[in-house]
Design a protein. Structure first.
Length: 676
């Protein structure tokens, strides 16, 4: 059910500001990749102890070199020109017990307690090293380059750091050589679908050291020093506090209201203590609830960040006067704020919004007014920016969700346009959906309405059920699939009702959860004329060729595999969700851009669709993980996706000079399918 169509007043104002440039053109996928990115996924903005200077990494994507360059920048928190003080090298991928995901590891510079130096992890020749830089621009110094990759660190004082490294590179190399020479016994984390090459591991892999930054001398860390690596909120904040701040003796924090609450999203409270031994005050205002994500002390006020509005799609800042126990909202916008910190009477943050790439801003905590401190992409304003509206709906179960509706370039009222669905989060800058493979603004520039969807969540159930129980319930009764499907159908129905969309020309895209929605939709509805997936479909090979640890994790949460007894509800789940079993229902031409680490699970469906004579194309990206991280592969996936959509929805044929036979192959697919 559609509730309302705006939230767009601010967006319209920004759009008019940009669209007044007559010669502007829409951005391309290459233009998006050329953007300088600040910080990391969680934020990455670091403010000096005196509040005078900020530090942040700026990341440049270099497509010709097929790599990234990270530069460490510093600048005054009051504004001015940033200064580069160090080169931090290439990307470092986040690792997990199950292997890399393709996402970049969080890398934030950290100030020494006295503010004289910054420590940071840099990539050098494929290795993660610990370096120290001075904000005055003096030459950076290498602190730790082994015995293994630097994983994390913490300042113990102005001179000493506790550092954790992975197993030594020599030990890992020796373990791999033994496996290659004599064979190996798969351990609990060996996943055959990802690779038949072993992940070399050694016992007692991690090493904790204490390093003297002045001399580079290192020694083994004591248990107490090693414990400092596990950064915890200071007392009196509880260990499970999700955000905290301290000034002098005063403490503020956000934590669950009920200790031990096992709900997926427990009820949160905002707390303040004037000193460690003082009484704890809890904010009693209704605004001090819901999804609160940050808190900062400004004298007698605690400024906190909260997600609110329909589908929690807006970011708000509030000020709580803890003495009077009153709350006032100071800012609310369709934006994302990251890595915020105090600087005098202002909050300094990384900020982005639907048509504004990430930049550094300063927010007045009295008025909520925002001032730009540094925009690394000033030329972005030269591009044509489309009109954007926000579409708000409820699904069949009453859950709220929303989408940003991006209008096509040169939109003409009264004309119907093809639509592309991009999933499954739509917050901050509209780059390309989760994974970034579907460039939203370039697609609008090609003449599409783009529906950038933020999927619904079980807000009511999340507040009472543990995540594993919620996942199991909604999987077994199929409400998870039906929830997302009904929200998407409501959005598309509204576009049709308004005369904006051509219902015969709708495409759907997706990675991960978005791909799950895609495969369900093309097998259970006739809404979509074409599809592009970045992830393989649900298939029984995910269970049989996954790691033992992965299976045990799922079993511990109540799930069972495809070989469950016939009357087991999980047997019905596999039968319902294994896409290959329903391939005959798929009519939409399907392009699968699959990472090497996941591709094998996509071939059962690809083979079956070929047997049925359905249009299907599969590309495999060597060395890629769940998220495609190499710039050349990301650009190739983006380009293929847009060309595939153009081919089937608009009849536009684009040859690929790097793949001469592609166009003939696509024409043959179209001819066999009898589509023109």
């Amino acid at each position: 059910m559609v509730t309302r169509f705006t939230r767009a007043a601010a967006l319209v104002g920004i759009t008019l500001l940009f669209s007044g440039q007559a010669a502007a053109r829409p951005p391309t996928a290459e233009d998006l990749l050329a953007l300088i990115e600040l910080g990391d996924y969680r934020g990455g903005l670091s403010i000096s102890p005196d509040g005078q200077t900020l530090a942040v990494f700026a990341r440049e994507t270099r497509v010709p070199e097929n790599d990234y360059r990270h530069r460490l920048l510093v600048m005054p928190t009051t504004g001015g020109s940033p200064r580069e003080i160090a080169d931090a090298g290439d990307i470092i991928l986040r690792d997990t017990p199950y292997g890399p995901t393709g996402a970049a590891a969080d890398r934030a510079p950290v100030w020494a307690p006295g503010g004289r130096y910054l420590a940071y992890i840099a990539e050098r020749d494929g290795r993660a090293e610990l370096w120290r830089a001075s904000p005055d621009g003096a030459a950076a110094q290498l602190l730790v380059d082994g015995p293994g990759e630097v994983l994390r660190f913490v300042w113990l004082d102005d001179t000493h750091l506790a550092v954790e490294t992975a197993a030594s590179r020599d030990a890992l190399s020796a373990a791999y050589s033994r496996a290659a020479t004599y064979g190996f016994h798969p351990d609990d984390f060996f996943a055959p679908y990802a690779s038949l090459t072993p992940r070399a591991t050694v016992d007692a892999a991690h090493v904790q050291l204490v390093v003297n930054a002045a001399t580079r001398a290192a020694r083994a860390a004591s248990p107490e020093e090693s414990e400092q690596l596990n950064v915890r909120p200071p007392h009196p904040a509880p260990p499970n506090a999700i955000a905290h701040d301290r000034t002098g003796d005063a403490f503020a924090w956000i934590s669950p209201r009920i200790a031990g609450d096992q709900a997926s999203t427990p009820a949160l409270g905002l707390y303040y203590a004037a000193a460690r031994d003082h009484d704890i005050v809890m904010c009693a205002d209704p605004a001090c609830s819901g999804r609160m994500l940050g808190a900062w002390i400004f004298a007698d006020r605690i400024v906190f960040r909260r997600m609110e509005g329909h589908g929690r799609g807006l970011t708000a800042l509030y000020a709580w006067d803890w003495r009077a126990n009153t709350v006032r909202r100071i800012r609310r916008a369709d934006e994302e704020l990251f890595g915020c910190g105090r600087a005098a009477a202002r909050l300094v943050c990384l900020q982005e919004s639907p048509i504004q790439p990430r930049r550094i801003v300063s927010i007045d905590v009295d008025t909520g007014d925002l001032d730009e401190l540094y925009d690394p992409n000033p030329d972005w304003r030269a591009f044509d920016q489309p009109r954007i509206e926000t579409l708000e709906v409820h699904d069949t179960y009453g859950n709220a969700s929303f989408a940003h509706l991006v209008f096509p370039a040169n939109y003409r009222a009264g004309r119907r346009y093809p639509v592309i669905v991009v999933q499954y989060r739509s917050r901050g800058f509209l780059r390309g959906g989760v994974g970034g493979e579907y460039p939203i603004l370039p697609l609008a520039g090609r003449g599409y309405f783009v529906l950038s969807v933020d999927r619904p969540e079980w807000r009511g159930a999340e507040a009472s059920l543990p995540q594993a129980e919620l996942d199991q319930r909604t999987a077994l009764d199929n409400s998870e699939n039906l929830m997302k499907q009904s929200a998407l159908e409501a959005m598309l129905a509204e576009l049709d009702r308004r005369g904006l969309s051509d219902p015969r020309r709708i495409g759907i895209t997706g990675l991960s959860d978005g791909a799950e929605t895609l495969y369900w939709a093309i097998t259970n509805s006739d809404l979509f004329a074409v599809a592009v997936a970045s992830t393989q479909p649900t298939d029984t090979t995910a269970w049989t060729l996954g790691s033992r640890a992965f299976r045990q994790s799922l079993l511990s949460e109540g799930m069972r595999g495809p070989n469950a007894d016939g009357d087991d509800p999980w047997a019905a789940w596999w039968a319902r969700n294994a896409t290959v079993l329903h391939a005959e229902r798929i009519r939409a031409p399907l392009l699968m851009n699959l990472a090497e680490s996941e591709a094998i699970m996509g071939f059962p469906l690809a083979t079956r669709l070929e047997e049925l004579g359905r249009p299907v194309e599969t590309y495999v990206y060597p060395g890629a993980y769940h998220i495609k991280w190499r710039p050349s592969q990301l650009l190739a996936a983006q380009t293929r996706a847009m060309d595939w959509l153009d081919f089937w929805l608009r009849g536009i044929e684009r040859a690929d000079p790097d793949e001469p036979g592609r166009l003939a192959r696509w024409r043959a697919l179209r001819d066999r399918a009898g589509r023109r």
